[in-house]
Each structure stands twice: as C-alpha cells, then as structure tokens.
Design a protein around this ligand. Structure first.
Ligand SMILES: N[C@@H](CCC(=O)N[C@@H](CS)C(=O)NCC(=O)O)C(=O)O
Length: 217
C-alpha cells in the first residue's frame, strides 16, 4: 500500500511458537510479532503493532486514508470497540498451560482429555458460559457499529480488530455448535451489513477472509 515500509511475512506454526528461537522473538510465545530489522527491536501485541504501523504511515507522510479517526470522540469510539473486543472476547490472555482460555476460545479450544489437547482445554460448563458471553458481546458490538464501518463512513483499526474474530464465528459456529449459517448475524443487522457490504467489499479484507478461511478448512 502507501506505507513506505518494507515488510516481509513469515508464517509460524504452533510448534514454532513453542521453540526457543521464537521465544527470543516474542517472550510471550504468541503471534503476531513484528521484528524491525533496522534496530533489532521486536514488537508484539496486535494493538501495539497496528498503532505502530498507523504512526509510521502518518510519520512517513503516507498517502491515503489513515486508520485512526481525527476527532477525539471518534477516536474514543474506535478504542471502545477495540476494548470490547480485546477485553471481553479475546481475553483472558495467559502463557501458562491449563484451563486459562480466552472467551472466544470456546469455539476451538478442545475439551479436557481429548486427543487434540496440547496445552489448553475448556470443560463443558465453562464452554457454555464463554459462548453465552460471546453472544452478549456480539450484541454490544452491534450497538457500537455506526455503519457501514464501526466508526461510520471510514475504515478504522476497530474494523481491522473485529473482522478476523467474526470470520472465526462464521466459520466455527455451524461446525462446532450446529448453528445455521449466518446465525451470528441474527438480530444484528448492522454487523451483517458491516461484514457483508462494508468489509467484504474491501479487496484487502476479502483477501484476509479467504486466507483465514482456507487455513481453517
Ligand atoms: N493479546 C495478544 C493475543 C495474541 C494471541 O493470543 N495469539 C494467538 C494466536 S491468534 C497465539 O499465538 N496463541 C498461542 C498461545 O497462546 O500459545 C495480541 O493481541 O496480539
């Protein structure tokens, strides 16, 4: 795009994440991580990386639209969407093995004693409560979606943050919980419009959708 940074991507498997070389990149052992070759500095945490890319775009005089709105209240709205996602759906974050899983993990973290268990698991009552929380937080996101994008007419970091999680909901809920296709959007017309008309119409977002869905299949 218009960002004058040379970025090369490296895919990392779950096995890689447990290896010592990756721990020296990100001591949390999580993806994403961004290594800056000029300085040797490494960044991790999605919001830190996104904000760095946004700041670089502005600092380098990048052309095109910024991904953070200008008006203070719009910026606050964007951060509210991000906080809703990161604190209530994507948390708790933890690096210890065991029953410490984020809310959205109810879709794909295996049950205890399953042959798929590696480091984490979720028992049945906990999974049910987490799924209920997902349902509630989707309603909160619905109420925060101004349309067509979360902050109105322009795409922002809020959209980039929520988009992959909604792809996960659409992919996993029919397969894991037997929901009918699109049930994620039942009673949520703004989220449906945002996803189907706003996001999918953006070529970069469509690419992410296709990449994530192909990887999950
Ligand atoms: N708060 C972190 C969460 C990162 C995260 O949980 N990444 C997942 C994959 S999307 C991961 O690497 N999980 C492996 C693990 O926790 O061991 C962020 O926003 O970057």
């Amino acid at each position: 795009g218009s960002l004058c940074l040379d970025i090369s991507r490296r895919a990392v498997t779950h096995e890689n994440q447990c290896e010592t070389w990756f721990r020296s990149v990100n001591p949390q052992g999580k993806i994403p991580a961004l290594s800056i070759s000029q300085t040797g500095q490494v960044l991790w945490e999605s919001q830190v990386i996104l904000q760095f890319l946004e700041d670089s775009h502005v600092a380098l005089g990048g052309e095109g639209r910024a991904l953070v709105p200008l008006a203070p209240l719009d910026r606050a709205h964007m951060r509210l969407v991000v906080a809703t996602h990161d604190l209530y759906l994507a948390s708790p974050n933890c690096t210890q093995p065991g029953a410490f899983t984020h809310t959205q993990g109810c879709m794909y973290v295996p049950p205890p004693h399953s042959k798929h268990v590696t480091t984490r698991w979720i028992d049945r009552p906990t999974r049910a409560a987490k799924l209920r929380e997902c349902w509630k937080q989707l309603d909160v996101l619905e109420s925060l979606c101004r349309g067509p994008f979360f902050c109105g007419d322009d795409v922002s970091l809020a959209d980039l943050t929520v988009f992959p999680t909604v792809i996960f909901f659409l992919f996993f809920t029919p397969r894991v919980f037997g929901w009918e296709d699109g049930a994620v959007f039942h009673g949520r017309p703004r989220l449906k419009y945002w996803f189907e008309e706003g996001m999918i119409a953006l070529p970069a977002a469509r690419r992410v959708h296709d990449e994530v869905t192909t990887a999950l299949l």
